[in-house]
Design a protein around this ligand. Structure first.
Ligand SMILES: NC(=O)C1=CN([C@@H]2O[C@H](COP(=O)(O)OP(=O)(O)OC[C@H]3O[C@@H](n4cnc5c(N)ncnc54)[C@H](O)[C@@H]3O)[C@@H](O)[C@H]2O)C=CC1
Ligand SMILES: O=C(O)C(=O)[C@H](O)COP(=O)(O)O
Length: 370
């Protein structure tokens, strides 16, 4: 058996070597020649699995260590009997932590506390539901919009996209990229959407770049129809729009899901799906040696009030450093992703505080308490 694995997938080296010939390559270095005699590919979003890559190959199985799967041509795979698996939810807490870090930076840099503000969440799956949990814990009013889920009979309270546009101070998108159909998300945020926003909102895109029309968002920013944008996912990565980069309040290189925890889970789920498909004895494999945070104990001043809360979140994820890096060195977009520093999620931290209401919020954010 021959397996080709993206060389930026952590924890996986050595796992399949007892059972297969394994080759590690960069995500954009998968070629038709390389994959021709491979049985399986383990990839990330940087490998486009389509006819041009796969035609004539003997690939039977593709595992992507990501939530999104828009980089896989599902129709082509179905036509050739190629099975693929993504890693649903693997890094969803990481994206929720990213959004909490966005709210912390709004307070730290702009003095804006999101408490009492209305957050619209478009797409309430694995990521959106966790963002809702954190936002509620932080005192926001949360509106949920997910027509496919609503139509499927979900028990949640949903609102329409119209209500999101009318009522929200911040709107965040957690939808998959879909190019067609009733619930198409390609350029969901376009000129019409922006014209219909009543409250000059902050817009956040941590799902896929193509969900926003760059041109329309730029115009809306310049005309002050929206307050700010937070962009982690861009059209045409890594050749992103320089003007949008300059104007964005938060601009990061598609790393919202890059906590070490999320990466480890993506690898685990891919190993398990390979094990199930090829009947390998790896169904209970888990990664070893996930690095602890540099400063895992956070000691909080009892009288710190809300600023202590925001500083606690910022301690786990000083997102501003990543924004500065991207704004000053956009040419290294892919390298910044490849060399992403250690980020651990909230459960890897213990907070020492005697302040009871504060403890309650921290517990809802999944911190440990002492
Ligand atoms: N920036 C990053 O690093 C990351 C980005 N992502 C992106 O986030 C997306 C969402 O992830 P999950 O929540 O895990 O996926 P999910 O599949 O669990 O949830 C997506 C939700 O969006 C809903 N949806 C689909 N079309 C919609 C529409 N037109 N309007 C409103 N809702 C719609 C679906 O019904 C579903 O409930 C992924 O597909 C991926 O593209 C995911 C992880 C990390
Ligand atoms: O999981 C997803 O979907 C994502 O967008 C990833 O977090 C980004 O993944 P890679 O580009 O590293 O595959």
């Amino acid at each position: 058996m021959k397996i080709i694995i993206d060389d930026k997938i952590p924890f996986i080296q050595g796992v399949f070597e007892p059972y297969a010939k394994v080759i590690y390559v960069g995500g954009s270095d998968f070629t038709p020649q390389l994959v021709r005699d491979a049985d399986a590919l383990i990839i990330r979003t940087r490998t486009k699995c389509n006819r041009s890559l796969l035609e004539g190959s003997k690939v039977k199985f593709i595992a992507t260590a990501t939530i999104g799967f828009d980089h896989i041509d599902r129709d082509y795979c179905a036509s050739k009997g190629i099975i693929w698996k993504n890693a649903p939810g693997c890094n969803s807490w990481s994206v929720a932590q990213y959004m909490a870090a966005v709210f912390a930076l709004l307070f730290i840099n702009k003095g804006v506390d999101v408490q009492g503000k209305t957050l619209g969440i478009v797409g309430v799956g694995n990521v959106g539901s966790k963002v809702a949990k954190y936002a509620s814990a932080l005192g926001m009013r949360v509106l949920l919009c997910d027509p496919p889920l609503e139509q499927s009979g979900s028990y949640m309270d949903f609102v329409s996209l119209k209500e999101i546009k009318e009522q929200c101070d911040i709107i965040t998108f957690h939808v998959p990229l879909s190019m067609e159909g009733e619930h198409k998300t390609f350029h969901m945020v376009d000129e019409q959407f922006l014209n219909e926003c009543s409250r000059t909102p902050i817009l956040c895109n941590t799902c896929r770049g193509e969900v926003f029309s760059t041109e329309s968002v730029l115009l809306a920013l310049k005309e002050k129809m929206i307050e700010e944008v937070v962009i982690d996912c861009w059209e045409d990565e890594p050749a992103i729009n320089q003007e949008l980069l300059n104007l964005a309040f938060i601009a990061t290189p598609h790393i919202a899901g890059y906590s070490r925890d999320g990466k480890a889970m993506g690898t685990t789920m891919s190993v398990h799906s390979m094990a199930a498909y090829f009947k390998l004895p790896l169904l209970d494999w888990s990664p070893e040696g996930i690095e602890p945070p540099v400063c895992p104990i956070i000691d909080i001043d009892v009288h710190g009030g809300r600023s202590a809360l925001w500083n606690t979140i910022y301690h786990t994820y000083p997102i501003e450093k990543e924004v500065d890096l991207l704004k000053h060195h956009v040419a290294t977009f892919e390298q910044q992703r490849g060399d992403y520093p250690l980020r651990r999620e909230f459960p890897a931290y213990t907070v020492k505080t005697k302040d009871y209401p504060f403890q309650e919020v921290l517990a809802k954010l999944n911190f440990n308490l002492l």
